[in-house]
Design a protein around this ligand. Structure first.
Ligand code: SF4
Length: 242
């Protein structure tokens, strides 16, 4: 999906809110890594993968929002399998509402929690039509007011659809940040605040995807593949495998 990045008042508000939140949470104070090491970690990620992309498929900001809502406690691959057909016939809130909850439920029944998710997708689509002219709002509070949309989903949409330097902390980001030493946060919000306070500004937009991809393919939950890790010498994890 093409980035819809535009600098607007709401964009500045969302970023300012994140930064303020990071400062409030203590930001870099929770990291055991020095600033130069953090910069070097993100420099290496950038060299290895200059334009990282998420793996959830979407065709516009609306389908991105729907895909992220559907992905809670489900794999990206599982969501993509169901949404390929769905987004061919329902790629706008209006078309989704016309499709209806029963047909939507049938189309996403392979995804966990599909009944609740179908209800939320129809409700959020109605809300987008009624309150936002059928558009996905570029505003954290408005996004989080949508049914089924929490902080993590709002962060993904702000990042991918609007180019905001937000940090959506999923299971991979949480694990990787704690292992490397970027954070010792015990909650997703604490880790998000630490990362927002640490990440160099020029890495802000891509940092979320770099950490997710690193966690998914290298720093895996059960056995991190430290022997092929490009930040091995900088990582502080005591359980390094090589
Ligand atoms: S060295 Fe191992 S534990 Fe540390 S980030 Fe790399 S894969 Fe993860």
């Amino acid at each position: 999906m093409k980035s819809l990045c535009r600098s607007t008042t709401s964009a500045r508000r969302a970023t300012t809110k994140s930064a303020a939140s990071a400062r409030k949470g203590g930001g870099a104070r929770r990291s055991k890594l020095k600033g130069e090491a953090v910069a070097e970690i993100f420099r290496r990620f950038a060299v290895e993968n200059p334009e990282p992309k998420g793996e959830l498929e979407s065709v516009n900001s609306y389908t991105l929002l729907v895909a992220v809502v559907l992905s809670a406690q489900a794999t990206d691959a599982g969501v993509n399998k169901a949404t390929r057909a769905l987004f061919k016939i329902a790629n706008t809130p209006e078309k989704m509402v016309s499709l209806g909850e029963a047909k939507l439920r049938e189309m996403i029944k392979t995804i966990g929690l599909y009944r609740n998710k179908a209800r939320n997708v129809i409700l959020l689509s109605q809300m987008l039509i009624e309150a936002h002219g059928g558009k996905v709002p570029h505003d954290r509070d408005a996004l989080e007011a949508l049914p089924g949309v929490g902080r993590k989903t709002a962060n993904v949409v702000l990042n991918v659809a609007f180019g905001e330097p937000t940090m959506a902390v999923d299971t991979h980001v949480f694990r990787v940040a704690n292992r490397i030493g970027l954070s010792n946060g015990k909650t997703p919000l604490a880790v998000e605040e630490d990362l927002l306070g640490l990440i160099p500004p020029d890495a802000g937009v891509h940092a979320h995807h770099w950490l997710i991809l690193h966690g998914r393919y290298v720093c895996k939950a059960r056995r991190p593949e430290c022997e092929r890790c490009i930040i091995y010498d900088l990582c502080l994890f005591k359980g390094k495998t090589a």
